[in-house]
Design a binder for this molecule. Structure first.
Ligand code: URA
Length: 425
């Protein structure tokens, strides 16, 4: 094959053959196909799309670029969750120990934040001593002993995706259903989970802004998982407003601890329980997740999981050196609070990074004192901003401007269910 012929085929809206797909993914991973050629092919895929059979083959080629883990020898059934990413989405933190406490093994390979969305590993790294890197053997041992593992994906897992994702990030080719679906599902299938629950986000803070796009992405991923023998379901969930009352690393750990202690914001609790029910069902376990949050079993499981990776679950969490409050300008009802605005504000405060290699601040982020539907009075705090670099307050406040609406007393926000739909094979 010649890369230019594969690019021209997709440019001219042709279906790529299995042999072309296998060759181009493998050759790119080995460095035989150049970045500029893969960039052109990815853009042609973004513009012209792929047939379901092409997406399946592309995903299989990405899996074949690396190793495939196998946890079939564990005494517990495996099940995992993946969110397509949002603002304040800390659900993995309470959910993993909760489902593990009820008898499942959760091999949660997670990522770091980029742009306005936070990353699970960045959040957990705010816990003193906790380490994200485990060997495959350590991961298997912890899955058997504790049940939950949240760690970084090893270098050997879907290396084609690692290389391609970095290229997509700088070539405007992230937002394509075939590319997002194959990227996510190649990693989840290669990680060896027997079942998978997808949380596909819809709204301003998500990759997919419309319900229609999110639905197509969910259906595509559910089909890829099912075809690969992974018991897969998806929930479509709202990401027009942040989840919970915090966006930031240590701030989100603190809120997750409230949920594990049986409290926490209602939306975070609702989604944690809904996803736990789905995970338990896919794993064939019948148990009540709500009870396990209330009676301390989920918290015990969290402490074991954190300690197993070197973290001190009882150590104080880092706090930012400086805070700044944003006050309500008038009496009324908060009728909207935009996820993207809060995400960008937290990012500018230092909770996120703008280049892969940037460090993040553990204590930085946005604390929200009101969510849509709340009555507010002039002068009350709406947000507390946290950072170690106070020169960033101005930019962070600017990001929030226009991101919330206070309407006259008696107004109501547009009703929006948190869980929009459930998609099965
Ligand atoms: N997350 C991924 O892992 N890949 C994508 O392409 C988008 C989100």
């Amino acid at each position: 094959f010649a890369a230019v012929d594969v690019i021209a085929a997709k440019r001219d809206r042709n279906r790529l053959s299995d042999a072309q797909i296998d060759w181009v993914v493998d050759a790119y991973t080995r460095g035989v196909v150049a970045d500029e050629q893969m960039s052109a092919l990815l853009m042609a895929i973004l513009l012209n799309g792929m047939q379901p059979e092409e997406i399946s083959r592309w995903t299989a080629a990405m899996i074949a670029s690396g190793e495939r883990l196998d946890f079939g020898g564990l005494s517990r059934p495996t099940t995992d969750k993946h969110s397509t990413g949002g603002v304040g989405d800390k659900i993995t933190l309470p959910l993993t120990p909760l489902v593990a406490a009820l008898g499942a093994a959760v091999p949660q390979l997670s990522g770091r934040g980029l742009g306005h969305t936070g990353g699970t590993l960045d959040k957990l790294e705010s816990i003193p001593g906790w380490r994200a890197r485990l060997s495959n053997a350590e991961m298997a041992r912890q899955l058997e002993d504790v049940g939950g593992v949240i760690c970084a994906a090893g270098e050997g897992l879907a290396p084609a995706d690692r290389k391609m994702y970095a290229l997509r990030d700088v070539t405007g080719t992230v937002e394509a259903v075939p590319l997002i679906a194959s990227s996510i599902m190649s990693k989840k299938i290669a990680e060896g989970t027997g079942a998978l629950v997808l949380d596909v986000k819809v709204g301003s803070g998500a990759f997919m802004k419309s319900e229609e796009q999110a639905r197509v992405l969910a259906q595509t991923m559910v089909r890829l998982g099912t075809d690969a023998g992974v018991n897969t379901v998806a929930l479509l969930t709202d990401m027009s407003t942040p989840l919970g009352l915090t966006a930031g690393n240590a701030l989100e750990v603190r809120e997750s601890l409230e949920v594990l202690a049986g409290g926490g914001p209602p939306d975070v609790v609702e989604l944690t329980i809904a996803l736990a029910r789905e995970m338990l069902e896919t794993a064939g376990i019948s148990a009540d997740p709500e009870a396990a949050l209330k009676d301390g079993r989920a918290m015990d499981s969290w402490k074991k999981m954190i300690a197993a990776q070197g973290g001190d679950p009882d150590a104080p969490l880092p706090v930012a050196q400086h805070t700044h409050q944003v006050l309500a300008p008038a009496d009324g009802v908060l009728v909207s609070l935009d996820a993207m605005a809060v995400g960008v504000s937290a990012w500018r405060l230092g909770a996120g990074r703008s280049r892969k290699e940037d460090p993040v601040q553990a204590g930085a982020g946005v604390e929200m004192h009101a969510k849509p539907g709340a009555e507010v009075s002039a002068g009350q705090p709406l947000f507390t901003l946290h950072t170690d670099t106070p020169e960033r307050f101005e930019q962070a406040v600017e990001a929030l401007e226009g991101g919330y609406v206070i309407a006259p007393v008696g107004s109501r926000p547009e009703p929006r269910p948190l869980i929009i739909d459930r998609i099965t094979a």
